[in-house]
Design a protein around this ligand. Structure first.
Ligand SMILES: Nc1ncnc2c1ncn2[C@@H]1O[C@H](COP(=O)(O)OP(=O)(O)OP(=O)(O)O)[C@@H](O)[C@H]1O
Ligand SMILES: [Mg+2]
Length: 365
């Protein structure tokens, strides 16, 4: 069973802090939605408003079409997994998983069956008689997820569930959560500040900043077409590069001036940029859409090497173009010493433009 979640103008303040700012959000039944954003942007508070652990100042919360705004967590059909996946140390794995069902006074044989089923799903059925102290971090995490799933919630809410695990386990658990979601299909809202985790897990990602959703789209959309400079700069390793530029026109052609250098633009943009001649813009481009050449000859944008970092398969260069600092990736073969001037070729189709003042993406369609 999977329910739709709908927030209507939900607002939550703590004194002067507006943690959630009149948020509208629709999570489709069965969807895996990720709330992503920097520390303090209101992710946990949003999740707690859905769960009923916070009383909203105003606005409504609907789960499965039902207005649950005034209902306690136990009446909302939700289950939660927290960052500090507190399992009870004095109970076995089986007792931990069955805890919620016992509270509900479910019959013993039913509990046993449900616990075994969900334990099998999470591949911890061999561990049912152990105590939490006899488990690895990843296994304990799975117990916490099992304990939530056994309740057969219509909605599963997870707040940074993997952040206490080491890097390798995180990777492994991430893939397992994805597989698990495919199998159970529960509507899931997943909070993280890790953009890679968000890109990997989400059907859609809501990128938050200061209590507001900046962009809500599929991972590739958020990555490729950021709604503003904040989103482009938050998502991606390295983040999107930004260059200050000005729209200019010469000999009938429109181009972008970056210092003394002209960057050609896509044919389709020529006409649309006509009306913006003289306007300052921010040009955004991702590292993988910049070709690095040993010298600026042949019409490449000149850039001064600041730092070179060999990262195994690739070399990451920090370069300076005018006053702007960019991160570009190139093969380890290219020798780039600090102070040297190299050349950058930007893939025209991958250039994104933003309003210089508001930082919002300029849309041409
Ligand atoms: N109980 C509270 N009392 C007062 N302020 C709070 C409370 N809970 C959260 N806040 C504030 O509300 C804002 C949003 O907090 P929230 O915990 O939702 O952020 P977050 O996005 O989950 O951050 P993190 O990634 O660090 O967990 C922050 O400014 C925080 O200080
Ligand atoms: Mg949080």
């Amino acid at each position: 069973m999977a329910a739709e979640i709908r927030l209507e103008k939900v607002r939550k303040t703590f004194g002067k802090v507006v943690a959630v700012k009149d948020m509208d959000l629709l999570v489709e039944p069965g969807e895996f939605l990720v709330l992503l954003g920097p520390s303090g942007c209101g992710k946990t508070t949003t999740l707690r408003c859905i769960a009923g652990l916070e009383r909203v100042d105003h606005g409504r919360v609907y789960i499965g079409g039902r207005d649950v705004t005034e209902l306690p967590p136990s009446k909302r059909g939700i289950a939660m997994v927290f960052q500090s996946y507190a399992v009870f140390p004095h109970m076995t794995v089986a007792q931990n998983i069955g805890f919620g069902l016992r509270m509900r006074r479910a019959p013993k044989n039913e509990i046993k069956k449900a616990v075994q089923e969900v334990a099998r799903l999470l591949q911890i059925d061999e561990l049912l008689d152990r105590y939490p102290s006899q488990l690895s971090g990843g296994q304990r995490q799975r117990v916490a997820v099992a304990r939530a799933l056994v309740m057969r919630p219509e909605v599963l809410l997870m707040d940074e569930p993997l952040s206490n695990l080491d890097a390798l386990l995180r990777l492994q658990m991430r893939a397992e959560l994805k597989k698990l979601h495919r199998e159970v299909g529960t509507t899931t809202v997943y909070v993280t500040h890790d953009q890679i985790e968000a890109l990997s897990l989400g059907d859609r990602i809501a990128v938050m900043r200061e209590g507001e959703i900046m962009q809500l789209d599929a991972p590739n959309e958020v990555y490729d077409m950021p709604a503003n400079v904040f989103v482009g700069g938050f998502i991606g390793t390295p983040p999107m590069n930004f260059l200050r530029a000005e729209v200019r026109k010469e000999d009938g052609g429109v181009y972008l001036a970056v210092g003394d250098f002209s960057v050609e633009v896509h044919k389709e943009w020529q006409e649309k940029l006509e009306g913006m001649v003289g306007k300052k813009v921010v040009l955004g481009i991702r590292a993988e859409n910049i070709e690095v050449r040993p010298t600026p000859e042949g019409g490449a944008l000149p850039a001064r090497v600041v730092v070179s970092e060999p990262l195994g398969a690739q070399q990451l260069l920090t370069v300076q173009v005018g006053k702007d600092v960019l991160k570009v990736a190139t093969s380890t073969e290219l020798s780039a010493t600090p102070g040297q001037t190299i050349g950058l070729v930007l893939t025209k189709a991958k250039i994104r433009l933003f309003d210089e003042e508001s930082g919002e993406a300029l849309k041409f369609d």
